[in-house]
Design a protein around this ligand. Structure first.
Ligand code: SF4
Length: 399
């Protein structure tokens, strides 16, 4: 056990998790990543429109009430879906996102086309009066694998403040219930920031009580309107990652976005029985235990996963191709470039997949299964291949 401060420490203790777990060693993760994601992504995000009736304070897209000129037309959208099949079977899953994809009048036609081609898809709608029960039934009938709905607070004051519209919390809870009643698989998305981080155990307890089976937790990237929000510190990120690992043992699938170092935390917990302990982690952990009791299951967090450009590619509303939705480095445009070629052969994409990183990420033993948030390094260090400044491991491992 190495102490970092009087009340903070990396704790290593005997654990039975190793033998009960599906831990994958980093070399296996390396093989898995290079084998799985070199030729095709598992997810193609398409920002179908910038239009949205909400104006959330952390919106990546800085969504606006009306569509921007230059958005992909219906014909171009249908052609994009056709093109995605050229990645080969099994096709990547398309995530229709925005803005609010329901603001596109042709969204049901686009979903129908994907279904006819056998391309699986998911939808990320905003909670507005377009997201009716009937719309959800139609989305389910068209075969959506899931829809995601954002919930950023355990109470209406927090959520409505982040969403900038009173009443959105109540509407969100109602939409989650409607989605479950409509037979949809529902994923709840939460963006972690200074103003809501203390509520994470209660958000988890709330969505679990509603019957939600997947919780996707976004670590703030200061892009779009999110640039004005306050991030948490690296040690707080470490506490949140350890809390999420604890929360993943209650039967809800937990995934993270722009926090690949969650996979490093999972490996440290499982392989070494090591975890970060400080008063903030103690607070999150004890509140979780008070609300949920002892965990009953193994962790649902996978020790391997995607990174922007590695398993993921993003198409903007005007067809511009990016490595990820939080990483605005232009790689081409689907109107004139081949997205399959760009995914496989673009030098930036290949560098990310080759883990050609500088700084601590470049020499880190976890770089194959983690790799750090490339979007965060881009914004903080102005270098896609630098070290992720939010990762606490580089600080403690350097000591
Ligand atoms: S130093 Fe980089 S690769 Fe290593 S765990 Fe942290 S973010 Fe991941």
């Amino acid at each position: 056990m190495s102490h970092v401060g009087s009340s903070s420490a990396i704790i290593t203790e005997k654990t039975s998790e190793k033998k009960n777990s599906s831990y994958t060693a980093s070399e296996e993760a390396k093989k898995s990543n290079t084998h799985s994601f070199a030729q095709k992504p598992i997810l193609v995000f398409w920002e179908t429109t910038k239009a949205c009736m909400l104006a959330c304070r952390h919106c990546r897209a800085s969504a606006i009430h009306s569509a921007l000129p230059g958005e992909l037309t219906t014909e171009e959208g249908l052609a994009l879906i056709d093109k995605i099949t050229e990645f080969g079977i099994p096709y990547p899953v398309i995530v229709f996102t925005g803005g609010d994809p329901l603001m596109r009048k042709d969204i049901f036609e686009l979903m129908k086309h994907a279904k006819e081609l056998g391309v699986k898809f998911a939808l990320s709608p905003a909670v507005t009066n377009l997201l009716t029960y009937n719309a959800m039934v139609k989305i389910r009938e068209l075969g959506a694998t899931s829809i995601s709905i954002s919930l950023d607070g355990a109470v209406k004051e927090t959520h409505d403040d982040i969403r900038s519209i009173d009443g959105t919390f109540d509407a969100t809870i109602k939409s989650i219930k409607n989605a479950i009643d409509a037979g949809l698989n529902i994923q709840v998305n939460t963006t972690v920031m200074k103003s809501n981080v203390n509520e994470l155990p209660r958000i988890f307890n709330l969505i679990k009580s509603l019957g939600v089976k997947v919780w996707e937790v976004f670590f703030l990237i200061k892009i779009g309107r999110g640039a004005g929000l306050q991030e948490i510190s690296p040690s707080e990120y470490e506490s949140v990652c350890n809390f999420l690992y604890d929360a993943s043992k209650y039967g809800v699938v937990i995934r993270t976005v722009e926090a690949p170092f969650e996979r490093r935390v999972v490996s440290m917990r499982i392989k070494k029985g090591s975890y970060w302990r400080d008063p903030f982690y103690d607070h999150l952990h004890s509140e979780l235990m008070n609300l949920e009791g002892e965990p009953k299951y193994n962790s649902t967090i996978s020790p391997v996963g995607t990174l922007d450009g590695d398993g993921i590619i993003f198409v903007g509303n005007d067809g511009t191709i990016f490595p990820g939705g939080f990483l605005p480095v232009k790689l081409g445009n689907v109107r004139k470039d081949n997205i399959v070629e760009i995914y496989r052969n673009n030098s930036i994409m290949r560098s990310i997949r080759a883990r050609d990183f500088s700084g601590y990420c470049g020499k880190c033993e976890f770089k194959w299964q983690c790799g750090g948030s490339r979007a965060r390094t881009y914004y903080s260090e102005h270098d896609i291949l630098a070290s992720d400044p939010a990762c606490f491991y580089s600080r403690i491992a350097n000591r």
